[in-house]
Design a protein around this ligand. Structure first.
Ligand SMILES: CC(C)(COP(=O)(O)OP(=O)(O)OC[C@H]1O[C@@H](n2cnc3c(N)ncnc32)[C@H](O)[C@@H]1OP(=O)(O)O)[C@@H](O)C(=O)NCCC(=O)NCCS
Length: 157
């Protein structure tokens, strides 16, 4: 398993991971309408390409196959965090989380934040995050409950 930086050409594989994580894993916690609003099968490919190029995620690759990805922004905000439905509970998310923590240290940020799905909340709790606020954002006319979560990072001198 390799964790590497995003490169141009990864976009379609990342969409497959995003789609499979939401339709295959998060579908246990959200209704079909919510799942379709969150990850529509007809998502505009141009929009997707500009979205993933904009966040510059870390990519988890096993035997040449992209199986997960996650980003951290210079502010410490994690925008996307997804592991393919076929590769859940194999430690891939934890490897990505470890890489994000290393990057946060390099960036000098003192906290990590994310808007976390109901599905991912126990995973984020395991990695030291706590819920700041429960939120009910509307996506394509459908409410998608999530939680703003935060982790304060220790300053090391
Ligand atoms: C959340 C997610 C990223 C976790 O990735 P993962 O590779 O499966 O995570 P790991 O294998 O490293 O899990 C480590 C531990 O986190 C916890 N955990 C992970 N997924 C969990 C889940 N769905 N429910 C409860 N606990 C979970 C468990 O304690 C797990 O250890 P265990 O498997 O030994 O019990 C992945 O399930 C996912 O993509 N989910 C759907 C999409 C989503 O909601 N993304 C987040 C958007 S904010």
């Amino acid at each position: 398993m390799e964790i590497r930086r995003f490169k141009i050409g990864d976009e379609a594989a990342l969409f497959r991971v995003f789609f499979s994580a939401i339709h295959g894993i998060a579908s246990r916690d959200y209704t079909p309408d919510q799942i379709e609003a969150w990850a529509p099968s007809d998502l505009d490919p141009k929009l997707w390409v500009s979205r993933v190029r904009g966040i510059r995620p870390f990519v988890a690759e096993a035997d040449g196959e992209i199986v997960g990805y996650a980003d951290v922004q210079p502010s410490g905000y994690i925008d996307h965090f997804f592991v393919s439905g076929d590769h859940a509970r194999q430690g891939i998310g934890s490897l990505l989380m470890r890489r994000i923590h290393q990057e946060a240290k390099l960036l000098g940020v003192d906290e990590l934040t994310s808007q976390v799905s109901k599905t991912a909340e126990p995973f984020f709790v395991l990695h030291g995050f706590h819920v700041v606020e429960r939120r009910f954002p509307i996506c394509s006319g459908v409410t998608l409950q999530n939680a703003l979560m935060r982790k304060t990072l220790k300053c090391e001198t």
